[in-house]
Write a protein that binds this ligand. Sequence first.
Ligand code: ZN
Length: 184
Amino acid sequence: MIKLEPAKCPSCGANLEVNKELSETICQYCGTTVLIQDAIQKYKIEISGKIEIDGVATENSQLIRANQFFSVGKYDDANKLYKNILKIAPTNAEAWWGIYMCENAIANYYGYRNNLGDTSKEIKANILENLLNNYAYKAIEYANDELKEKYKNNIIETEEYIQKVRTGFFNKKTLKELLFKKKK
Ligand SMILES: [Zn+2]
């Protein structure tokens, strides 16, 4: 039995089914003599292009869904989706930021407790610092200029809080230096 392969006419773009055993065939749509390998190759390129486009669509649609979950307070669901996005797009700044916001909201919900169930200003500062390092700074690293500014402004208060707890006072110059260092 002849095994037919999907292919595409390089001349007119019609979908063909070709016999791989042959070297050429005539396109039934445009009458051009087509090299079998060229036609199969053209089909494969088109398919891989489609997969890329689908990948992007999935990334965007997941981001929209994740943001929707976040906006109605479904932080666990949103968090899972943001983490899924990073599997296909590890430098998606919005997904990194989304995880930061979710984990922060969840930690806040539980009163910033450590795994022993204890809570204090120091524990809260540690938790916040971990969230900044693990997620927020990643988002800032990958963000475009506009988002970078937005994210940096958003975390200033958290930075201030951590620094106040650590030092007992807050020094604006130190914070600026800290942010500058983290930005690089
Ligand atoms: Zn053709």
